[in-house]
Design a protein. Sequence first.
Length: 256
Amino acid sequence: MLDQQIPEVDAAVQKRAEKKMAKGRQFIIKNECFVATPMHSMGIKWIDHGTMATDGTSLFANPVFVDQELTRPETTFVLMHEVLHKILLHNFRLKGRDHRIANIAADHVVNILITRMGMRKAISDVKFRQFNKEWLIHFGTFKHDAYRMPQDAVMDPKYAGMDFETVYNLIKKEEDQDDGEDQDDGNKEGEGQDQGEGQGQDQGEGEGQGQSPDGNKLGEGQCPWGTLEEPTNEEGDVMSAEEVKEAVKQLERTLS
């Protein structure tokens, strides 16, 4: 289901974007039944900013992004990516986790799964981890030319076979360790400096040298598309605990 055109978007751009999305949906319906079933209940809501995202019930897509930034095979891949977030209940498993890290972890899980779905021959987790992302994208691992992972996708084969929570915990642990090392480096840089150096500057200036400012870290290591949003109801409000419970039950009925 495609919502109405966005007034701010050129009609030709939206028409091309709709055609790409329709082709992607047709391929999924014909070849990936497991993904097709929950996809039917996801309305596509066109937006005038960002890229593509899901709140676990709807799919949001910027027609300019789809038209100008994605090839047709990449559009199909990103569409499958969003639907798999829904199937795996990633939006409902955020549970107060760091939103950026949660997005990165969920993207690793989903992109690995789609890649393995498309491989000509099933391989073990151990074998999959021996490949790198570039080889998996470029050297004919997909059974179909109809979908292809974008080059800027987040996918580290080392996470093969791991669930969202495990990948999240590993990434968070790595980042916490890196932050601790940066803090130690920043402290060492300050040792031995003249006591009066920097007098007259603002008191907080220069604190935490070696740490990455929040503004620079935002989105680091994250796919520029396919973000997870908090689950919302029909009114667009964040779901209550009871609404989340009912939405999960409904999805489980759909997949059973």
